[in-house]
Structures are given as C-alpha cells and as structure tokens.
Design a protein around this ligand. Structure first.
Ligand code: GTR
Length: 389
C-alpha cells in the first residue's frame, strides 16, 4: 500500500510532475486471490467480473435492478438530411417504473439506406440535443454531417436529459426513479453511471432499426461524457469500440498520479458524479482497490481510443496515456497488438497500434473535427478488420 498523501496538494490540485507521488498500480492480470491470469477464459470469468464489481462498489455505483418498461416514440423526423438521403429522427424514450414515469429525448441520424452502417452513440454534455441542432448548424463537437458522409450512423443524447448534472439532482432524474427506496448512497449509482445507462437505452433503440450493424457500434464522449463513455463501455459489451476525449480524473487518467484534478477535488466539486465510497478515497488514492487503467482493461478485447490536449493539464494527459499503456497486457493476453511505449507520442501525431489508439493535440480542453477525424480513421481501421474487408 502506498502512503497516503492527503492534504499534500493545495485545493486538491497538482500541476507538478515532480510532485506526483510514488505509486504502485493494481495489476489487471492478478486476481484478488493473488492468482496470475494467463488465460483469456480466466480474464473473462474471474478477473474481469472482479474488476467490474470493484468499480461499481467503489467508484461509479451499482445500477439498480428494478423492473421498468421503456417505450420509444418518434416525435420528429427529417428526410433527406444534408441532401444526401440521410434520415434524422428525434425519439422520446419513456421509462415507466413503480415509482413513476420519466422521459428523455435523443436523436438518431442514419445514412441513406444500403449496407448496414456502423453506429456512433454520442454522450453529449454541451448544447441541447434536438433534431434542429443535430441536422442544423454544423457543430465540430458532434459533427453529424461528417459522420454521415463517412458512412456512419450516429445517435446523440444530452446527459442532463437522463439525469440532471446537479449536486442536488437526485430526485429529478432516472436514478431515483429506478433506485430502491432504501438504496445506499455509498454504493448506489451516481450520474456518470446513469448517463452510461442512457447510452445503453439509446443503443437498444438503434439496434432495432434497420440499417445499423450491431457488430460495429461505438460510444463517444468528451470530459464528463468521456468518463461516462468508458464506464458505459465497461458495463455494456454491446459497445464494440469506446472513445474517450479529455476525460481526466475518474475517466482515463490514473487516480494515483494525483495530477491536475484529484479525487478529492472532483468529489468536492461534483459529488453527484461518483458514489459515496469513492469519496472515502479523497487524498488516499493509493488505497483505491482499482485504478483507471483497469477501467480501460474492462473494455478489452474491444478497441479503445483515448485522447488529450496539451493545455488540458487539469485532465492529466500523461495519466490518460499511461492508463492505455497499463491496460495493454490485457489486450496482449488476447493476442492483440496495442500501445506499449511508455513515452507519449509527439503532439498532433496520432498513434494507432492494433486495438488501442491515442493522440494528444495542441490546444485546450475541447473536442473538435480534428479529434473526430483521427478517431474515425482509427474506427475505420478496427471495424474493417472486424468485417474482414
Ligand atoms: C470540469 C471537471 C472535469 C471535466 C470537465 C467537463 O469542471 O473538473 O472533471 O469533467 O468539467 O466535463 O468539461
């Protein structure tokens, strides 16, 4: 166990690499009982379920098992979007459970019908997601037209429409609707998990539509959405590719580096994102039973793409990159090529090696067309291998 460094960083911030504490990461390939995992079956049956359970209990929370009914209704539609035969629909998901009813909307845009298209589910945390916004003015944050022109279908929803992004939002979203009355705040799901659940419901709908290829689905998010994308991919293996941009603390960045935003800081600013147990590790990252490289490992053998910005030190680019490297042995167990170099690649130079990809672009905290371009190149590659084209 690494010594505790509580109180070492003013306001829970650290921007000095030389103040990163010595740390030892939990080994993704050694079981809790100390057994070395050397076969893919043991990863799938023993180690992966263990790590998933640890993240549920200690970080994101446990999703409830309350029965509910979900109905989807098309509430808006645009034919021939962009003049290239794409179809855009606004869909309302209505969830009915014993405690009541709640709805959230999302948008699905599919290219002109033909071969089944790969699908990208976008966890949006900026402007409202409506039919008008999706097919109206171009956005580089979620560049729908670019995705369609590159042959992808895409569905987007706004995080807050599923569960409010508010400290005291518990009573207002899907979490309380589905939680048991006596659910324990220490372990129950918090908003990142609820948003990930939302991504899975959007996928439920999309996979029932003609023209979507269930073997080529991706989930994408930026920042808090990027944290969510990783967790959504861990919880739902129907996502065959995960892309997390500038996700930082509680996303791709290693908690034990305590660089940029620390566990203590994020839990103080955003107490609704992670469960109560995660808060007990404030300033005690070394005592966490998991670290974020294992979150990436949960996605293996499915491919993963992680990206950073050089001026987004708050999200700890080096910690994000190192997670990808440290998840590598799990890809290796599956005989898959992956990034192994401990040195980060140069700026603005995508590194795509087998099932893992990474880039760090010049600039501040953001997701734009440049990121999307590199990501789509990576997605084209991994999906092509999949269909054997
Ligand atoms: C910040 C937060 C980050 C990141 C970001 C965002 O305020 O500290 O963890 O999630 O918000 O979502 O844009």
């Amino acid at each position: 166990v690494v010594e505790s460094w509580q109180g070492k960083f003013k306001d829970g911030k650290n921007f000095h690499d030389d103040r990163v504490p010595d740390y030892r990461l939990p080994d993704p390939l050694v079981s809790e009982a100390g057994k070395a995992i050397t076969e893919t079956e043991d990863w799938t049956n023993i180690r992966r379920p263990e790590i998933l359970e640890l993240f549920r209990k200690h970080v994101y929370g446990i999703r409830p098992t309350t029965p509910y009914q979900i109905d989807f209704e098309e509430v808006g539609r645009q034919e021939n979007a962009y003049g290239i035969g794409a179809v855009a629909r606004q869909v309302r998901a209505t969830v009915t459970a014993e405690k009541g009813v709640r709805s959230f909307d999302f948008v699905l845009v599919t290219p002109k019908s033909g071969q089944p298209a790969p699908l990208i589910v976008m966890i949006h945390n900026r402007s409202a997601v409506t039919l008008e916004n999706a097919v109206g003015e171009a956005s580089s944050f979620w560049p729908v037209e670019t995705l369609i022109r590159r042959g992808y279908a895409t569905a987007g929803f706004h995080t807050s429409d599923v569960d409010p992004d508010e400290k005291s939002g518990y009573g207002k979203g899907i979490r309380s609707l589905l939680d048991a009355n006596d659910s324990d705040p220490m372990t129950r799901w918090h908003t990142l998990s609820a948003w990930g659940w939302g991504a899975s419901r959007v996928l439920d709908y999309a996979l029932k539509q003609p023209g979507i290829d269930p073997e080529r689905t991706a989930v994408v998010g930026h920042s808090r959405g990027g944290k969510t994308a990783l967790w959504a991919g861990a919880e739902d293996p129907r996502f065959k590719l995960v892309y997390s941009n500038n996700s930082g603390c509680g996303g791709a960045a290693l908690s034990r580096r305590a660089f940029g935003e620390t566990v203590e800081r994020i839990n103080t600013s955003f107490p609704h994102w992670f469960n109560g147990n995660f808060k007990t590790y404030n300033g005690k990252e070394g005592e966490l039973p998991v670290d974020q490289h294992q979150l990436i490992a949960l996605i293996a053998p499915r491919p993963v793409y992680v990206t950073s910005r050089d001026r987004d030190l708050w999200a700890d680019p080096r910690g994000e990159y190192t997670s990808v490297v440290q998840a590598g042995p799990v890809y290796g167990l599956f005989g898959l090529e992956h990034i192994t170099d401990p040195e980060m690649p140069p700026l603005d130079t995508p590194l795509h090696i087998g099932s893992t990809g990474y880039h760090i672009l010049t600039g501040k905290h953001n997701l734009d067309e440049q990121d999307w371009g590199h990501f789509l190149d990576f997605a084209d590659g991994v999906f092509k291998r999949k269909t054997g084209e």
